[in-house]
Design a protein around this ligand. Structure first.
Ligand SMILES: Cc1ncc(C[n+]2csc(CCOP(=O)(O)OP(=O)(O)O)c2C)c(N)n1
Ligand SMILES: [Mg+2]
Length: 318
């Protein structure tokens, strides 16, 4: 890749990662001010995974997200105003405030939804990929999930079916080493989760998930493979969340030295130091994103809650 192409991409990736970071920081602020109902699982620290992986997709592709899903939406270009309004439970949100942080979705961007059920997005992604096969369209589905979700039975069933039928889906594990307070290394004998791919006869790889270019490249190869009809792949991205499991969790179970070590590998800092962006370019991006985020926050805060008469619309439950 030529240097100017790299610079171009670096600018795009930095914009997406900084937008995600600022978005999440403001969600945290809303929580602390008592303006956000429930909890949110912040994506701070993991920005390079969503930016690189979603950067490898086309507009016609799909994404099945997780409980830690804001970054996937931001990286897919979802409307920040509608996202923030959804998180505050407002009527102007993507789901009129009925989904909130953990069920946020943006169908206009191919986001099939976040999911409060750990591992719940994996079979949804396989279903979407099967639909693409039946419809004979060229869409690929990206399935994001965490290290702990990879220990759910549904992970194995889904990978088996997707592999057997060569479905156009890419499984992306965001291995941030923890499932709530449980260290994945204490509940898994083989720490290299991508090795599981071999058992299903599909390619598996482990990459530095805090290097946005590495994620873009590896997921890009897997997406191209899926689009060519060659079936699924498993990409394990090593990353780390800066905060606790959710906004109310101080995360004290993690050794301070480990947190410091990972913060030193911050994906935004690393891109800033890669020498591809000038200080002026970084400032210009930051200024413009700061304005977007301020507008999204003000829109969300000023928006009204949905009318009570709306309570039973768009709700599917028996
Ligand atoms: C089926 C199911 N089991 C347990 C939970 C409780 N739970 C919520 S998040 C979580 C940990 C998920 O860890 P991981 O998959 O690594 O994702 P991360 O939070 O690290 O992004 C658990 C156990 C749940 N929501 N759903
Ligand atoms: Mg995890």
């Amino acid at each position: 890749m030529r240097l100017d192409e790299n610079r171009d991409l670096a600018g795009k990736f930095y914009t997406v990662m900084y937008r995600t970071r600022r978005f999440e920081e403001e969600v945290f602020e809303f929580y602390k001010r008592g303006l956000m109902p429930g909890l949110a699982h912040l994506y701070l620290g993991q920005e390079a995974v969503a930016a690189g992986a979603c950067g490898a997709l086309k507009d016609s592709d799909y994404i099945a997200s997780t409980h830690r899903g804001h970054g996937h939406l931001v990286a897919s270009g979802a409307d920040l105003k509608r996202m923030m309004a959804e998180i505050l439970g407002k009527g102007t949100g993507y789901s009129k405030g009925k989904g909130g942080s953990m069920h946020i979705m943006a169908l206009d961007k191919g986001i099939l939804g976040a999911n409060g059920i750990v591992g719940g997005g994996i079979p949804i992604a396989v279903g979407a990929a099967y639909a693409s096969r039946l419809l004979q369209n060229e869409s690929v589905t990206l399935s994001f999930f965490g290290d702990s979700a990879a220990n759910e039975g549904v992970f194995h069933e889904s990978l088996n079916m997707a592999a057997a039928w060569d479905l156009p889906v890419v499984f992306v594990i965001e291995n941030n080493l923890y499932g709530i307070s449980v260290d994945i290394r204490k509940v898994t004998k083989e720490p290299r989760l991508s090795k599981r791919a071999e058992g299903y006869g599909i390619p598996g790889s482990t990459i530095d998930g805090n290097d946005v270019f590495a994620v873009y490249k590896e997921v890009g190869l897997a997406v191209a493979r899926a689009r060519e009809g060659k079936g699924p792949s498993l990409v394990e991205c090593l990353t780390y969340r800066h905060q606790g499991h959710h906004v109310g969790d101080p995360g004290v179970y993690r050794p301070e030295s480990e947190v410091a070590e990972w913060k030193a590998r911050d994906p935004l800092d690393r891109l800033e130091k890669a020498g591809l962006l000038t200080a002026l370019k970084i400032k210009t991006i930051r200024d413009s994103v700061d304005e977007e985020i301020a507008a999204a926050c003000s829109f969300a805060e000023k928006s009204a809650y949905a009318d009570a008469a709306e309570a039973y619309t768009d709700v599917f439950a028996d």
